[in-house]
Each structure stands twice: as C-alpha cells, then as structure tokens.
Design a protein around this ligand. Structure first.
Ligand code: UDX
Length: 438
C-alpha cells in the first residue's frame, strides 16, 4: 500500500481520500482552506454525503487518514499525489483550470523524490500535458515523476459506494512503473476483479467527458420525448420502461425531470462542446443536449405560470427541494435556482424548503423565506412546485397538503406524486410527460 496525498477536500477529493485510506493506503488530505481542515480535524464533514462520515471516522481512528493545510509538506512526504481540486466553469464554457495549475506549480516546487501525480478532477483533454510541463518548469532537479489520469465517476449522494465499488477504474499512464504503483493503490479493487482500463492519457481524459456527455444526452433525449408525450397523450414512464427493456438502451438515466443540474453535466457538456469547436470537430449531439436542457428548465417555469394562469404577482409559491437531485446538499446548477428566480422576477413570493440544501441556497437567495418542514412551507400558499425527488416528498400525504394550502395547485417536476390521487383530490396539477394519466 502507498503513502498518498490528496489535494482538495471537496466532493471528489474528500471521498477519494477517505476511500483510498479505506483500501489500506496511508492518506493525507490537504487543502489550503483552513476552515475546512479545522472542521475535518474535529470529525465534522463540510459536505452532506451519505456514509462519508463513517468512513472518515473509521480511517482517522485507525491512523490511516489525516488532514493538513501544509500542502507542500504533504506533497514532499508522499509517493502518490492525487489532484482533486475544483475545475469550475470559466469563460466561454471552458473549464477554469487556475487551481489545477497552481497545484501543479506547488508539486513542481516540492518534488523531492520520484512521485506519481494523478489527476482525479475532470479536466479538458490535453490538460495532462500542461500539468506535466508546469511540474517540469518548477522542479529544480533531475528527479523523475510520472503523470496519471485517473478520472472519477462518482455520483454525489452515492459517492462513497461509487468509490468503493466502481463500475471501472480508468488509468491513463505512460510507464509500466506508474501502472504497477497505481495497481497497488487500487489493490482491493484489482483483487475484486473490478474492470481496470489502462490506456494513454488523452484516452483516459476523453472517457470521462464521453461518459458524462452521453448520460446528459440521454436525459435531454427522454425530456424531449416526455414533452412529445404530453402532446400525444402518451405516458413517458411507460415509454421509458419499455425502452429500457431493450438491453442495448438500458433503463438508467431515462427519468424525465426539470433538466439536469449539478457540478458535472452542465459544465462537462459545455467544456466538451467548446473543445470540439476549437478542434473544428463539432459535436452537435451534445450541443443540442445543452440547448434542450436550458429549454427544459424554462419549460418548468412556463408550466407553473400557465397552471397559475399567469397570475404570479403577489402570490406565494412553495418550492420543495432545492438541491439538483436527492441525497445531496449541492445546489450548483439546480433547476430550483431558475424556478425561484422567475417567481421573484414575476413579482411572486417564494418560500423554500429542503431537508439539507437550504443553507447552500441562501447564498443565491438570502432574502426569501426558508421553512423547516414541507408542512410549514406549504401553509397558506397559492401553489407548490416540487423540484427535487426527496423521499419525504414522495411519501407526502396529499390530503394533508391540500388542507394546508390556500388553493390545491401543484407542479411536480420530478413525477413523484400519484396522478390518480392528485386527480381524485381535485388538485390542479402538471408534471413532465404524464398528462395522459389525468
Ligand atoms: C454525474 C455522473 O453520474 C458521475 O458519474 C460523474 O462523475 C459526475 O456527474 P452527479 O452529478 O452527482 O453525477 O449526479 P447524477 O445522478 O448523474 O445526476 C445528474 C443530474 O441529472 C441531476 O440533476 C439529476 O436529477 C439528473 N437526472 C439524472 C435526470 O434528470 N434524469 C435521470 O434519469 C438521471
């Protein structure tokens, strides 16, 4: 097993650090953010991610996992350095790589022995070469290093499981020595016969983008089919289920909704399109999926306004669910942001509730009212919009909902409420592609 430093303690870095220590490696998670490291040192987790706290606790206790703000020392003390810092969307849809490059500089400055520099963050194809050049520029010696591209495929909300039991591990490597060390890092997975794809660096970088863009494409496709279903009185869920019975298609990622959000799909699809344009190899399918997704978010606000007969001014609307999907507190690119903004822009009053994401949404909307339960949020409101598929909304007692609201009007953008029950209780409602059931 190896001495590892993971730089960056966000969703990817922290989960990877915890997971790698669970595999038996000796791991230091390093971050320049002192408040995050302080929290982690006291056993607290800065993000909501099911199961993460337990894995961190277990490995800290065993002495295999620790945290530091001294990134330089952590680099010097380890043989394998994972880069897990953020690559937010920059200008023109390209990923902003400034943090990645400053980490590369720091690695170059602290290269005191042979090391593997391994990128987990999603980076545009070709970034590996740039990282290598920066390290070479800043290292002041003949010491050798190898670069590895090891993209992470974890889903927020299921990240720990995805790390510990991945569908595959992708390793973009340039030397047998590096490959051997990486096999050692992932030894439990190797023994478990998890598929390990080893290839060159650009192929590894491409696998990540091609996978994410394909999933985003699938979602935009089913959302457009859902919209067509509305026009022809078909039920999109039955369509999706029957499509999924075909092994060539698979039933996953065919759930219609308010448009995909999160830290990956919106950013990665744009980055891939931007790269394809630069290289004069346009990727029209992905460009179309982005347009469809923007339209889908807008379509949800249109649906609400048409349900309310465009009388939004002065009306109170409860927005239930703020995160971009269930089981996470992440609100980045969440369709709820556009929904709340358009309610406010039209003179409506938005009340919000989410089991875990309210604090993060306060950064976007500090002045709206946040409730501490769905029951409190829906009290006396003119309309309810469900934006996230939290279990507690699935299990909602619709008679109770009706009795609390001023008027029974619901937009269910996740198709989690029973159309039969809503109809029987006399709700005015809409959803995504299930009009046939009205
Ligand atoms: C995604 C990828 O799944 C993961 O492999 C990658 O590493 C990072 O990006 P994540 O963003 O955490 O993970 O969430 P995911 O579960 O993939 O959902 C992304 C978005 O698509 C969410 O907004 C979700 O609500 C939406 N979605 C997903 C749908 O609308 N329909 C679906 O069928 C599936």
């Amino acid at each position: 097993m190896k001495n590892i430093t993971v730089i960056g303690t966000g969703y990817v870095g922290l989960v990877s650090g915890a997971g790698l220590s669970d595999f038996g490696n000796q791991v230091v998670c390093a971050d320049i953010d002192e408040s995050k490291i302080r929290l982690l040192k006291t056993g607290k987790i800065p993000i909501f991610e099911p199961g993460l706290k337990e894995v961190v606790k277990r490995n800290v206790k065993s002495g295999r996992l620790s945290f530091t703000t001294d990134v330089s020392k952590a680099i010097r003390d380890s043989e394998v350095i994972f880069i897990g810092v953020g690559t937010p969307e920059g200008k023109n849809g390209e990923a902003d790589l400034s943090t990645i490059f400053s980490v590369a500089e720091m690695i170059g400055n602290n290269l005191n022995d042979y090391k593997i520099i391994c990128t987990k963050s999603t980076v545009p194809i070709g970034t590996g070469q740039k990282i290598i050049s920066i390290i070479k520029k800043y290292k002041n010696n003949d010491i050798d290093f190898d670069y590895v591209s090891n993209p992470e495929f974890l889903r927020e909300g299921a990240a720990v499981q995805d790390f510990i039991r991945p569908n595959r591990v992708v390793l973009g490597v340039t030397s047998d020595k590096a490959l051997k060390i990486m096999y050692d890092v992932y030894r439990p997975l190797y023994i478990n016969e998890t598929p390990i794809v080893h290839t060159n660096i650009p192929t590894a970088e491409m696998i990540k983008y091609a996978s994410n863009a394909f999933l985003a494409l699938k979602i935009s496709y089913i959302n457009e089919i859902a919209n067509l279903c509305e026009a022809v009185d078909a039920d999109v869920h039955i369509v999706a289920k029957a499509m999924g019975n075909d092994g060539r298609i698979s039933p996953k990622f065919l759930h219609p909704g308010p448009g995909f959000g999160g830290s990956c799909f919106p950013k990665d699809t744009k980055a891939l399109v931007s790269l394809s344009e630069k290289l004069n190899e346009p990727i029209n399918t992905v460009a179309a999926a982005i347009v469809t997704n923007d339209k889908q978010k807008k379509r949800m606000t249109d649906k609400l306004f048409s349900l309310m007969e465009n009388e939004i001014k002065g009306k109170t609307i409860a927005v239930l669910g703020l995160s971009f999907k269930q089981m996470t507190d992440d609100v980045r690119e969440s369709a709820a942001i556009e929904m709340i903004q358009s309610i406010l822009d039209s003179g409506g009053i938005a009340k919000a509730y989410d089991p875990v994401a309210a604090d993060n949404m306060k950064k976007y909307f500090p002045n709206i009212e946040y409730s501490t339960s769905w029951q409190a949020a829906v009290k006396n409101v003119d309309a309810v919009v469900i934006m996230t598929e939290w279990h507690e909304f699935r299990g909602m007692d619709l008679s109770e909902l009706k009795s609390l609201m001023k008027s029974p009007l619901v937009l269910d953008t996740r198709n989690i409420l029973s159309v039969k029950d809503l109809t029987e209780l006399g709700f005015k409602f809409d959803n995504v592609g299930r009009k046939a059931l009205k």
